[in-house]
Design a protein around this ligand. Structure first.
Ligand SMILES: Nc1nc2c(ncn2[C@@H]2O[C@H](COP(=O)(O)OP(=O)(O)OP(=O)(O)O)[C@@H](O)[C@H]2O)c(=O)[nH]1
Ligand SMILES: [Mg+2]
Length: 300
C-alpha cells in the first residue's frame, strides 16, 4: 500500500516514454451538471495546489455551463478535457459527443452544436488542428444525486459501449456526490452495465473544500488506475496515426448510419401519414354515401 506522497509522485512522474504518443487526453463526458468541471477543480486541488481554485467553470444549478472543450494540464503527461455535457441522448448530440470523445474536433474552442452534415464538415476542417499523438482516455461522470431510473439504463449502456468501441478503452465511471443515499442503487446499475471500473467520490466545491484524507485519496486512486489502463492499451496498440484514423472512420460511420436511420424514420412516418389520410378520406366518402342513401330513404 503506497502512501499519499508516493501515490502523488507516481502520478506526477508518469510519462509515455516517447511511444509515439505525447500526452494522455482524459476526456470527461456525461450529462449536463453531473460534476465534470468540479471534478477537474478537484483533481487540480489534489495534485497541484495548496489552495482551492476554480479552473473549470462550475454552474450553481443543474448545469449547461461548459460550452467549450477546454484542456486542463494536470501533470506533464496527463491532461483533462472538459467536454460539453449533453442534455439528452439523441442522434445529433450523440454524434457530437463521439466526435468530441474521439478527439476529432478542435480543443480550446467553443463547441458549436451542429446538425446533419455540418458535423462531418467540421471533423474534416478540424484535421489540421487535431494531434494524433494524443492518447484518448474516456471518463464518464455521473451524479449519484440525480439518481438513475431503469428506463435510463439501456441508453447509458449503449453510450458507454460505443465510447468503448470508439476509444478501445472501457470508460471509467466516476460517480459524484458519493455521500448521497442513492449511491448503492446507482452503483449497482452501473455494475450491471459491464463497466469495469467505477469510482465514487465527493468533489471539492467552492462551498466545501476542506481537504480530508479520504477525499484526497479517492482522487489519487482513480489516476493510479487510469495509468495502468493507459499502459495496458499502449503496449498493445502503439500506432497513434492508425488509432486516430480508426476513430475517425468509426465516428463518420456512426453519423452516416444515424442519418440513414433518420431518413428511414421520416419515410416511415410519411407512409403512415399518407395511409391515415387515405383511410380518413375513405371513411368520410363512405359516411357521405351513407348520408345520401339515408336521406334518399326519407324522401321516398
Ligand atoms: N456536494 C457536491 N456537489 C457537487 C459535486 N459535484 C458537483 N457538485 C456541484 O454540482 C453543480 C454542477 O457541477 P458542475 O461541475 O458544474 O457540472 P458539469 O458536469 O461540469 O456541468 P456542465 O458543464 O454544465 O455540463 C455545482 O454546483 C457543483 O458545485 C459533488 O461531488 N458533491
Ligand atoms: Mg462543466
Amino acid at each position: 500500500m503506497q502512501t499519499i506522497p508516493e501515490m502523488t509522485e507516481h502520478i506526477k512522474s508518469f510519462s509515455l516514454n516517447n511511444q509515439g504518443f505525447s500526452r494522455v487526453l482524459i476526456q470527461l463526458f456525461g450529462f449536463l451538471g453531473h460534476g465534470k468541471s468540479s471534478f477537474i477543480n478537484t483533481c487540480k486541488y489534489v495534485l497541484d495546489d495548496t489552495e482551492y481554485k476554480t479552473y473549470a467553470d462550475v454552474k450553481n444549478n443543474d448545469g449547461g455551463n461548459t460550452t467549450a472543450r477546454i484542456t486542463y494540464p494536470l501533470t506533464d503527461t496527463l491532461t483533462l478535457v472538459d467536454n460539453r455535457g449533453c442534455a439528452i441522448m439523441n442522434g445529433y448530440e450523440t454524434g457530437e459527443i463521439f466526435a468530441q470523445l474521439g478527439n476529432l474536433l478542435p480543443l480550446d474552442q467553443e463547441v458549436e452544436w451542429s446538425k446533419d452534415l455540418k458535423l462531418v464538415d467540421r471533423i474534416v476542417a478540424a484535421e489540421r488542428f487535431v494531434q494524433s499523438t494524443d492518447f484518448i482516455f474516456p471518463i464518464f461522470v455521473y451524479s449519484v444525486k440525480k439518481g438513475l431510473s431503469f428506463d435510463e439504463v439501456p441508453e447509458i449502456k449503449e453510450l458507454l459501449t460505443t465510447a468503448r468501441n470508439l476509444t478501445g478503452i472501457c470508460p471509467v465511471v466516476i460517480l459524484t456526490h458519493k455521500t448521497h443515499s442513492n449511491l448503492r442503487d446507482v452503483q449497482a446499475k452501473f455494475e450491471d452495465m459491464d463497466v469495469e471500473r467505477i469510482f465514487a467520490l465527493e468533489n471539492f466545491t467552492p462551498e466545501d473544500h476542506l481537504k480530508t484524507r479520504g477525499k484526497h485519496e479517492d482522487v489519487l486512486k482513480i489516476f493510479l488506475e487510469v495509468i495502468k489502463d493507459v499502459k495496458f492499451r499502449m503496449e498493445r496498440f502503439p500506432d497513434p496515426d492508425g488509432e486516430r484514423a480508426k476513430r475517425k472512420q468509426f465516428v463518420l460511420r456512426f453519423i452516416y448510419e444515424m442519418e440513414l436511420k433518420k431518413k428511414e424514420e421520416e419515410m416511415e412516418k410519411r407512409r403512415r401519414d399518407e395511409e391515415r389520410q387515405r383511410n380518413q378520406a375513405r371513411a368520410s366518402s363512405q359516411s357521405q354515401a351513407s348520408d345520401q342513401s339515408s336521406s334518399g330513404c326519407i324522401l321516398q
